[in-house]
Design a protein around this ligand. Structure first.
Ligand SMILES: Nc1ncnc2c1ncn2[C@@H]1O[C@H](COP(=O)(O)OP(=O)(O)O)[C@@H](O)[C@H]1O
Ligand SMILES: [Mg+2]
Length: 355
């Protein structure tokens, strides 16, 4: 690669995930913002069966086409050799959970965003909670349940949850996102139904005590070893809570940027966002979501998203725009952070001798 040649960015999108369509929206914004003087995109699409498309992939996936049954499940070396860095614009399982990041590591390629560990921990709500707890980050009380326990001893599970938490509660599958399988439950029958629904998505389930008078505050983080934080934003869901419908289909959800909260609360959520990012060993980017009890002023960490929605109108880019970083600058910085992380992690090979 000559110093002035544009960098080839392997942009990966679609994916075998419930958030396939979100990815298709995100990638169009990313492509529109890539500075052509610096970057040449090489597009790679993944269909809903997890097969890769390299010929006009965006058109194909937008049209709902599938790759052939013999299409590869990862890029062949001849394609990988053409790219300088990979940019997974993927949400949910296989894209945001460390799986594809493991492939990038094996291929020895720089990539944008979080590594294997941070992605995997953040994707598993049960594990992320343990990590945040160890770092003293405040969270609403919760209980973790294995699907097996629910199947074999539902009465015991209900008794345990009711002994530790009070209604209303939220039932969630540990993995997923986009509010899929998340329910608010106010009594035992609904709790059992909510747990069963969550169990249809995952083997590990989480029940949380609902934060009363909840306001949803989000902060964007950008960087590797010295991450910085955006101003906080607020989501005001049109529905009772920020469910899948509200996220992607309802126009009643509103955003406030900056979030109308006090300077002290602003500083508190910003500091907590950095601590959460560091706790999972984050790199590149994350959106950290909080639940604020508006009656008491208590702030709880809800979750960290390692590949947040990325369209030009998504919260993550908007928070940066409001903090003085344009969308094209944000993309540029993310790519540079990917190269930087790769260089820092590439430690020299040590040779050991027996003597
Ligand atoms: N403990 C809670 N208290 C109050 N509201 C909650 C709680 N947990 C989840 N919610 C609501 O449900 C939505 C989805 O839950 P979340 O844990 O963010 O799932 P996902 O990972 O699918 O986005 C949140 O944005 C919020 O509106
Ligand atoms: Mg969420």
């Amino acid at each position: 690669m000559s110093p002035n040649a544009p960098i080839t960015v392997g942009v990966i999108f679609g994916g075998q995930s419930g958030e396939h369509e979100v990815s298709l929206m995100s990638v169009q914004s990313v492509l529109a913002a890539l500075d052509p003087a610096r970057y040449t995109p090489l597009l790679m699409g993944i269909d809903k069966q997890g097969r890769w498309i390299f010929h006009r992939p965006l058109e194909a996936l937008l049209a709902g086409e599938r790759a052939g049954a013999d299409a590869p499940r990862w890029p062949p070396p001849a394609i990988l050799d053409q790219v300088d860095i990979l940019f997974p614009v993927l949400h949910g399982p296989n894209g945001e959970d460390g799986v594809i990041q493991g492939f990038f590591e094996l291929a020895g390629k720089p990539y944008v965003g979080n590594g294997v560990l941070a992605s995997a921990v953040a994707m598993d709500k049960a594990l992320a909670k343990r990590v945040f707890q160890a770092h003293g980050l405040p969270q609403t009380p919760w209980v973790t349940i294995h699907r097996e326990q629910l199947q074999h001893a539902p009465a015991y599970v209900l008794a345990r949850v009711e002994a530790e938490l009070t209604y209303p509660m939220f039932t969630k599958p540990a993995n997923l996102g986009s509010s899929v399988g998340v329910r608010k439950v106010a009594h035992q029958e609904a709790l059992l139904a909510g747990l069963r629904e969550a169990a249809s998505y995952d083997t590990i389930l989480v029940v949380e005590q609902a934060v009363p008078h909840a306001r949803e505050i989000e902060v964007a983080v950008l960087g590797n070893e010295q991450p910085r934080v955006s101003i906080p934003g607020e989501i005001i869901p049109g529905h009772e809570f920020y469910d899948y419908e509200a996220k992607y289909f309802s126009d009643r959800s509103q955003e406030r940027i900056p979030a109308p909260i006090s300077p002290a609360l602003t500083a508190q959520v910003q500091q907590m966002a950095l601590r959460a990012f560091r706790a999972i060993h984050g790199s590149g980017l994350a959106r950290v979501d909080f639940l604020l009890n508006d009656a008491t002023g208590e702030v709880f960490l809800n979750e960290i998203n390692t590949m947040p929605g990325f369209t030009r109108i998504s919260m993550f880019p908007k928070l940066w725009m409001a903090s003085g970083l344009s969308y094209p600058e944000l993309i540029h910085e993310l790519i540079q952070l990917g190269f930087q992380r790769h260089a820092q992690r590439s430690v020299p090979v040590l040779e050991y001798s027996d003597q």
